[in-house]
Design a protein around this ligand. Structure first.
Ligand SMILES: Nc1ncnc2c1ncn2[C@@H]1O[C@H](COP(=O)(O)OP(=O)(O)OP(=O)(O)O)[C@@H](O)[C@H]1O
Ligand SMILES: [Mg+2]
Length: 221
């Protein structure tokens, strides 16, 4: 395994937090790690153009000097579904462009950690979804499950859809992004029902704390 695609059971479940931790973990294993947030809605206009917080956090953790537009080729100002955001500014999200950026990053690194947007079947245009993006990059998938009410259903549906796509589910992460009294039972149920390894159970963390120490994944295997 070299590069990975990080998906989630929903928006706001910890994909960025876990992606940053994966970059850190792979760096600890001696790898040069590049990052990608191919499609980002909810960007701020800066002097150098639109900038997305997830992409900036990932770039900050990477040990490579990366061109922002290669990391995040599609940036949209409004924090809305990407295909709607793209339509509003008459832009077309083209997987070939994303693939080309990914190849550039891959050539310069040992591993690329790619963060999706929203969940697995979020549309990116009228005909394609995030699943097609992951397929076009042919990456193993890591699923971040935000441990909260409803997540078992979301996780199992997502696992089934990943399987249907033909991609490998490398593993899943139980991320306690909010306090939940049933967390232990939920995680134990997921563990029994998901036929892929749990790469770690991440407790509710303080702002500064890294999730890396809670993850077990050897990027060199
Ligand atoms: N284990 C955790 N403990 C405490 N806070 C967490 C944890 N995981 C995530 N968070 C917080 O929850 C919020 C959402 O996390 P994050 O931005 O990583 O989600 P996301 O899935 O990447 O969202 P998006 O769909 O917008 O990309 C952030 O403020 C993050 O710091
Ligand atoms: Mg994110």
């Amino acid at each position: 395994m070299t590069s990975v695609f990080v998906s989630g059971t929903d928006t706001d479940v910890g994909k960025t937090r876990i992606s940053v931790a994966l970059v850190e973990l792979f760096q600890q294993q001696g790898l040069q790690v590049a990052v990608m947030k191919p499609i980002a809605s909810g960007c701020e206009m800066t002097g150098s153009g639109l900038r997305n917080d997830d992409a900036l956090k990932l770039i900050e953790q990477s040990n490579l000097a990366l061109d922002y537009h290669v990391v995040n080729p599609y940036s949209f100002a409004l924090a809305i579904a990407p295909h709607i955001a793209a339509k509003q500014v008459n832009e077309d999200i083209d997987l070939a462009v994303i693939k080309q950026c990914f190849s550039q990053l891959q050539q310069r690194s040992d591993s690329v950690v790619v963060e999706g947007a929203g969940g697995w079947l979020v549309p990116i245009n009228d005909t394609e979804t995030m699943a097609d993006l992951a397929k076009s990059l042919a990456l193993p998938v890591i699923l971040v499950v935000g441990i909260k009410l409803g997540c078992i259903n979301h996780a199992l549906l997502t696992v089934a859809a990943i399987k249907q796509s033909g991609l490998v589910l490398q593993g899943w992460v139980a991320n306690q992004c909010e306090h939940n009294d049933q967390a232990e039972e939920i995680i134990s149920t997921l563990d029994k029902m998901i036929f892929a390894p749990c790469l770690g159970s991440v407790p509710f963390l303080s702002e500064q704390q890294s999730a890396a120490e809670f993850l077990v994944l050897n990027a060199n295997q």
